[in-house]
Each structure stands twice: as structure tokens, then as C-alpha cells.
Design a binder for this molecule. Structure first.
Ligand SMILES: *Cc1c(COP(=O)(O)O)cnc(C)c1O
Length: 376
């Protein structure tokens, strides 16, 4: 390749690159969409059922129910478990707000617990200690693509609180494993999101509930379809939350590439690990036995706001996931005060997500680290 005679400005490096991903599936999506359009089968239809079956097989669960988005998936999963007013559900303080919203939407009370330093995953001991006679479910979040210690949580609950269910928030962990167990297939039920930027992303909102239980799956379907077991019969007050047919086509096309894309994310994460080795940053902690899918590559740095501003000013699309723990948001301010969840709060001030997606190049990563080094 010819070297330009004069230096050219660096092209921006986005946090995620959905255009590059689309290019790989464009032909297949166009063909699938054409079929849907020609049949004018815009709601339901074979495309939805095919994706649900394919995603169930991929995830190692018997049942997948497509729904409108990830927040609905968690809410419907909780409602299927029977969670409602008067119940408590345990949620980590450092998550995307949707985990807490789903509990509130189901009519239950959110009880927050802290996370572990390093992995930022739910502190299982804190979760077990927070169980009361009103607790109905714990929602471990597989944050950044690493599976929380659901097996230990389940064992702890089984020993002392057998009626408390585990509802995994698997929105960031499509394809991830821990000790051979697959995200979304470890707890009693799980909700996932196919928001465009997720590892498996649609071209709009989409989500799914995963479970081994035929009974729970049936309840999710019922509640998500106007509480209607048969047309114009309504046995419970439900909602309208369906997986859009056009989105199901996109998801089926992308699912075939998910393992390859996750492998590219792993390569990119290993490259960052090497490039960052000598810099004064804390690299992500991966637990032994864990196979994360790197939804996000999150480091910790001093003077985070300045470092982030420098990166953004130089075209590096770094971000913060998430800047405000749940109890410090206005919406959920009744759940705690500053100082209540010290690990989550300390991390919120130091975390920084570097651009990482399947199509990122080694040169782009090199550039990210050069800009970062200058900021440190
Ligand atoms: C994206 C996400 C959700 C919600 O998904 P939506 O599809 O945006 O409703 C829930 N939990 C976590 C951890 C997420 O990252």
C-alpha cells in the first residue's frame, strides 16, 4: 500500500461499528425481508419461530420466547415467576437501569447489593445476605459479557432459600460461558436484549426470554400476547410484547456469525491486554473458568473524566458503562444514598470502555492505546 506523502487526520474509531457488521449480513437480510414483505406476514410467522428455535439450540435451553426488547424480557420473566406487589428482587447496584426497571414494572421492590471489585459482577455473598422472607428472585447481570457466579448463587439459595428464583440478565452475554455453563441457561429463567449494539443485535428493539421450563415459557407467551391463550380469550391482564418479524430475520442471519464474531472480540480483547500491559490502567479481571464474550472492554483509570474527554477529542469513541449506580439516579434515589454500595460507586468514577467490536483492526486498537497513553 502506498504511504501518503502528507499526514492525513485519523478517522474516528467508533465504540461499536454496526455498518461493518451489516455489510456481512446485508444480502441474507435483504432476501429474508423480501420474503416477509411478499407474504405480508409482519407479525409472528415462520421467521420468528425459526429464530426462537435456533436461539434456544444455540443457548442450550428448551424454550426461547421472542419479545419486544430486553427490558420487557426481564419483566415478563419475573411476572412468569409470579413476582408482583409485596415481593422483593435483588439487583446489583452497577447495572444498566433496565434491570431495576423490570422489577419495578413487575410491581415488586428493588433491593440493591454491591458488586465484586475487579469483575464488577454481583457480590454473591451480599446477595445471599440480602434475602428476606419477601425475596422472590435474584437478578445477576452478566455485565460486560462475563457470566456472574450463578452456580454459587443457586447453590447458596438452594441451601437456605429454596423458593427464591434466579433470573439472569443475559443482555450483554450472548455466547458467554462460565465453568462450561452457558449464559441464560444457568438460572431458572433469563432475559436477553437484541438492542443493536449488543453482541447479537437487531436493527431496532428486540429481546427474548430463555428457560428450560415449559411452564414458565408458556406463561411468558401468555402475558406477552395480551394474556390470551386463544384468540379473544384473555385469562390474565397481559401486555403486547412480540419479537418483530423483520428483526427475527436479522437475528437469524447474525446468529450464524455470532461465534465467529465473539472469537474476534476475544482476539481484540487479548490485543488490548498486551498493548495496555505497561500503562497505569487496571485491565479487566477475568475469573478462572470464565469465557467472556467482551460485550465491552472496561478498564479503570485515575482522572477518568479528563482521560475520556481526551480520547473523545481525538476521535476515539470511548464511553462509560455506567456512570451512575442505580441508587444514585433520580428515578431510584429511594434505594440508597452515596456510600451504601462503595465498590459500585468507586468503580463508577474510574471505569472507561474502550472501542471493541468484531471488526476493529489491530491498527485501530494501536491508535486507541496511543491516544490513551498520551492522556495518562
Ligand atoms: C441492554 C440491556 C438491557 C435492556 O435491553 P433493552 O433491549 O434496551 O430493553 C437490560 N440489561 C442490561 C444489562 C443491558 O445491557
Amino acid at each position: 500500500m502506498a504511504v501518503p506523502a502528507t499526514p492525513v487526520p485519523h478517522a474516528p474509531i467508533p465504540l461499536v461499528d454496526l455498518a461493518a457488521q451489516h455489510a456481512e449480513v446485508a444480502a441474507e437480510v435483504a432476501e429474508g425481508w423480501e420474503k416477509v414483505l411478499s407474504r405480508t406476514a409482519f407479525v409472528g410467522g415462520p421467521a420468528v419461530a425459526e429464530f426462537e428455535a435456533a436461539y434456544a439450540a444455540y443457548s442450550g435451553v428448551e424454550h426461547v420466547v421472542g419479545v419486544a426488547n430486553g427490558t420487557d424480557a426481564l419483566e415478563l420473566a419475573l411476572r412468569a415467576l409470579g413476582v408482583g406487589p409485596g415481593d422483593e428482587c435483588i439487583v446489583p447496584a452497577n447495572t444498566f437501569i433496565a434491570t431495576a426497571e423490570a422489577v419495578a414494572r413487575a410491581g415488586a421492590e428493588v433491593v440493591l447489593v454491591d458488586c465484586e471489585p475487579g469483575t464488577a459482577l454481583i457480590d454473591v455473598d451480599a446477595a445471599l445476605a440480602a434475602v428476606t422472607e419477601r425475596t422472590r428472585a435474584v437478578l445477576p447481570v452478566h455485565l460486560y459479557g462475563q457470566v456472574a457466579d450463578v452456580a454459587r448463587l443457586k447453590a447458596g439459595l438452594a441451601a437456605s432459600f429454596p423458593d427464591v428464583a434466579v433470573c439472569e440478565d443475559a443482555a450483554q452475554s450472548q455466547g458467554a460461558r462460565r465453568d462450561g455453563l452457558q449464559a441464560g441457561a444457568i438460572g431458572d429463567i433469563a432475559g436477553t436484549s437484541f438492542y443493536p449494539g449488543k453482541n447479537l443485535g437487531a436493527y431496532g428493539d428486540a429481546g427474548a426470554v430463555l428457560t428450560r421450563s415449559a411452564e414458565l415459557a408458556e406463561r411468558v407467551r401468555l402475558i406477552g400476547a395480551h394474556g390470551s391463550p386463544r384468540k379473544y380469550e384473555h385469562s390474565v391482564v397481559g401486555v403486547n410484547s412480540r419479537l418483530d418479524t423483520l428483526q427475527a430475520v436479522v437475528l437469524s442471519a447474525k446468529l450464524k456469525r455470532l461465534d465467529a464474531w465473539n472469537a474476534l472480540r476475544r482476539e481484540a480483547a487479548a490485543r488490548y491486554d498486551a498493548l495496555l500491559a505497561d500503562l497505569p490502567v487496571t485491565r479487566p479481571t477475568v475469573t478462572a473458568g470464565s469465557e467472556p464474550v467482551w460485550h465491552l472492554y472496561v478498564i479503570e483509570v485515575d482522572r477518568r473524566s479528563e482521560v475520556l474527554a481526551h480520547l473523545n477529542a481525538h476521535g476515539v469513541g470511548a464511553g462509560i458503562h455506567y456512570p451512575t449506580p442505580v441508587h444514585l439516579t433520580e428515578a431510584f434515589s429511594t434505594l440508597g444514598k452515596a456510600g451504601d454500595f462503595p465498590v459500585a460507586e468507586a468503580m463508577a468514577d474510574r471505569i472507561l470502555s474502550l472501542p471493541l467490536h468484531p471488526q476493529i483492526t489491530a491498527e485501530q486498537q494501536q491508535r486507541v492505546v496511543e491516544v490513551l497513553a498520551a492522556a495518562l
